[in-house]
Design a protein around this ligand. Sequence first.
Ligand code: BGC
Length: 352
Amino acid sequence: MKKIVLSLLALMMVLVSYAPTQVKAKGKTYEIGVAIYQYNDNFMTLFRNELASYFEELGKKDGNTYNLEFQDGKNDQATQTEQLNNFIAQGKDLLIANLVDPTGADQVILSAQNANIPVVLINREPDASTMKLWPGKTTYVGVDARQSGVYQGEIIAGLKNHGDINGDGVVKYIMIQGDAGNVDAEQRTKYSVETLNKTIKTEMLGEAQRGNWDQAKGQEIAANALSQYGDDLEVIFSNNDGMALGAVQAINGAGRKINKDIYVVGVDALPEVVELLGKGEFTGTVLNDHFNQSHTAAEVAIKLLNGEDVSPYFWHDYVKATKPEDAELKRLDYREETIEEYQTRIKEAYGE
Ligand code: BGC
């Protein structure tokens, strides 16, 4: 009896020590093409790195090999279309696309469908009509930009003075925007101010200006506004943290004090901004959860690689962040929706 137990134990030890190699030997190799709109983007760099490391982690667990080929679209749709066409010609098993211009998504999806290559879209939400083109094999993993705008407005509304530093009953602000036609830029611009207006009157100084998500442009826009409007300027709304960091540089340069005589609110919760929040040198941001978005994108991609059909939408939530702890990254559930469910929810919540 003792002998049997011993030999069973020995057998188990052999099996355990061989287990990883055995799984690996059985594992499949998948080729995945990842098109990023532009490498020179703080937020997409966080997203891209997390996506690569999570695929590696999943491969270690399931024994498959996920070969990711990343391409930098350099913020040029023609360049990116060529990269995507190359992926298709190479016969990749799956595409993950952060499109430069999501209005051009239809062509990408139709070409991919022709070659039977499923597509996971990330970061830039396409039109619902795009999601109907190849049901089951096309999906968008993202966050609802309206929510980030609402949270920005709530952060300022939640301040004791609601952003009205000089106490004249009107919050005077500037708006630094992302690129034209971008859903995140449009919705954040609209819902941040609409939300703040529910608490206090607001007035935009000058026109909303395009910083195209870029820190240097954010700095330039903020510096001009600070010299033009002086102390009248009470709040800087920025569609992302990158441009808001530029605004912080401009504010420091102008000798103004954030949270004392001016407020700044961004979106993303970049590590640099979270650090400033900890020092009380930034008013608030909204976590654009690249951690959960990239993990879900990878998990949905694997479902597609296994031949499953998937829902058109997988959503995560933005998180309001006024202190570092608010922006902590932890794995959370996604919300899976059909096109109809999504549209009904948006109509009920926002009347759109
Ligand atoms: C992020 C920006 C980023 C942009 C790129 C947005 O969701 O907030 O920081 O530049 O996506 O598309």
